[in-house]
Design a protein around this ligand. Sequence first.
Ligand code: NAD
Length: 499
Amino acid sequence: MTSNSLAEHPDAPHSTTIPTKLMLIDGEFVESASGGWREVTTPARHGVVLARVPDGGAEDVNRAVAAAHRAWKGWRDQHFTARQRALLKIAEALEHRTEELAQVTAADTGNAIRTQARPEASALVDLFRYFGGLAGEIKGVTLPAGSQQLQYTLQEPLGVVGAILPWNSPLMIAGFKIPAALAAGNTVVLKAAEDAPLSILLLAEICAEHLPAGVLNVITGDGSTAGSALVTHPDVAKVSFTGSTEVGRLIAQRAGERLAHVSLELGGKNPSIVFPGQITDSLIDGLLLSTRVSRQGQSCTAGSRLFLHRDVEDEVIERLSARLRGLAVGDPLDEASDIGAVINETQFNSIRTYIDEGIADPDLTVAAGGTPPTDGPLAQGFFHTPTLFTGGNNEFRLAREEIFGPVVVAISWTDVDDVIRMANDSTYGLAAYVWSDDVTQALSTAHRLEAGWIQINQGGGQVVGQSYGGYKDSGTGRELSLEGMIDGFTQTKQINVRL
Ligand code: NAD
């Protein structure tokens, strides 16, 4: 089997040989049927190519789906402990290679190793362990239907799951999908994001050592070819998609035409509401985490609309800006970096447009950050500094659109009903944050917010076992939990027997 680990330092600019990585189809590491390749570059240094990956297309997807379909019955019909054993072995193997997975993630996504890439790799391990452990909990129920009847349900797997990943935290999101689908007895064809396939190909290599051929297949390639072929394939029973709302809508239409199951984890423009009270260090720490600036703001759950009560606005802005200015933006592979690089030039320029618009707006003030550096080491890659605008209102484009960059807009408020109205005045409804010492106030606010995930007095990322998914344009379906696995990756069969 060809190795998919990056043998040499992935960011070596002097490297003359560009490593070649392969897709996993039917237990084999293969090139694309077309023979085409895509170059994967690092966002941290212009022009540095990390590796070449196959430019997979419809023919590769067809082969992968056929392999997954063939493998399905054997995988499904085993005792659950066999699937559990395999997933737990994978968790063990992943744990041994966490550092390598983190390094590869830092190199191709630009996510800083200490603050992002390593935690993502650890989350992946936890997710394999969690869903592996739950394989026996995918149970039906028996109805007390009297002595003459046996009426029970089975939770059966759907078949081949087509999973489509974004680039922002590929390992963690692969962990939301692969182990849950496999534990429930499905097989998987997964398409990696164009810009961040390397950690996913390494994950494929580790998984392949513990899974029968065809149970997990991993494709690299373009969304409009490989992704589209997966969504429209008649043998793909479910499409599990994480990405933008725009593409999610298209996928829902396409998969809906053939009545395939679909779950969508999409974008967000998440409110973070600070009530009056004491401004502690822990509040500022929590706010900093919730802004996801340490992930370059490239997080669907970033608290990017910061609603500050007028009584505490000045103090929060002053202390939060000081913390933002103190964060180290730099080489994602450097332990000292708090923040890495944004994924590519398109995203870099798009974020820049929002920042320029904010700077040009006479109502807005830059409390931290601003335009990206134009000289020095940071100018050699796609680096933005974390930026906080104050004086915003909820109607501004900066407060309405998902920037997917390290940009936060602070909006002042005085009336609770008004702030909840503004928080809910968004097409998105993924996450929200409430900061208050008054438990009743915090909970009643949480209950009134239109979002799938609300955190009170904390700002961290998703945790294993929680229910995760969006309201409104942020998507449909839930991942990460036992219930999400059963709802998302099984269907119910009712059996009624006359005794
Ligand atoms: P994207 O929608 O551009 O791409 C996501 C994936 O879809 C990629 O693998 C891409 O190749 C594929 N794709 C594109 N067009 C396709 C098509 N026509 N058919 C099938 N597949 C297609 O998103 P992105 O830019 O990679 O990621 C950023 C977006 O993802 C943001 O909007 C972010 O909020 C969202 N996101 C959401 C969550 C969540 O859990 N809700 C998590 C991470 C990212």
